[in-house]
Write a protein that binds this ligand. Structure first.
Ligand SMILES: [Ca+2]
Length: 180
């Protein structure tokens, strides 16, 4: 089945197509024609939860690997967290795989403003919406997956007027103490 057709004589241009694929191994063939001018060939993929990127070499196989006993990955809970609105956060998910498999991270229900890097497992950004967010983090080694559910809250930053009032109170107290 032809997914992307970028045939013909032309300068560098990108073409795209889409196909529904289930989990597992799929055959891919890339044919290339070159006549004059410069030559560039890049094949990228993109999918639900997968940002557009050149197909990682670790995801390409010359033949389907023989099935082996797979130990599922383990994902430690990042815990319930209270995040400050508009404050940058960086949380690295902690996952291990006894087989040393390449791991792939996913998250659902993240507060707006936060994104998860599916390769590094780092959640970063600045949350913008106050509220309580039930978040599910997942990690997959391909054939197996693990997930944890946590509750993350986004709360407003302590407001400046409150801090100013507290400072004034301390100042008044200091003045009173200094009096004879
Ligand atoms: Ca594994």
């Amino acid at each position: 089945m032809l997914v992307v057709d970028n045939d013909g004589l032309h300068s560098l241009q990108e073409a795209s197509g889409s196909i529904a694929l289930g989990a597992g191994y799929h055959t891919i063939a890339v044919t290339y024609f070159e006549a004059t001018g410069s030559q560039v060939l890049t094949v990228s993929l993109e999918g639900p939860g997968i940002p557009k990127q050149p197909i990682p070499a670790a995801r390409l196989f010359r033949q389907v690997p023989a099935p082996t006993t797979n130990v599922p990955p383990v994902l430690a809970s990042p815990g319930a967290r209270e995040l400050m609105e508009d404050e940058p956060v960086s949380v690295a998910l902690d996952a291990t795989d006894a087989d040393g498999d390449l791991l792939w991270f996913e998250a659902s229900g993240l507060p707006p403003g936060l994104v998860l890097d599916s390769e590094t497992g780092v959640v970063s950004g600045s949350p913008v919406g106050r509220g309580v967010y039930p978040v599910v983090f997942g990690v997959s080694d391909g054939p197996a997956a693990a997930s944890v559910a946590v509750e993350w809250k986004v709360v407003p930053e302590p407001s400046a007027p409150l801090l100013a009032a507290a400072g004034a109170a301390v100042l008044a107290l200091a003045r009173r103490r200094r009096a004879p």
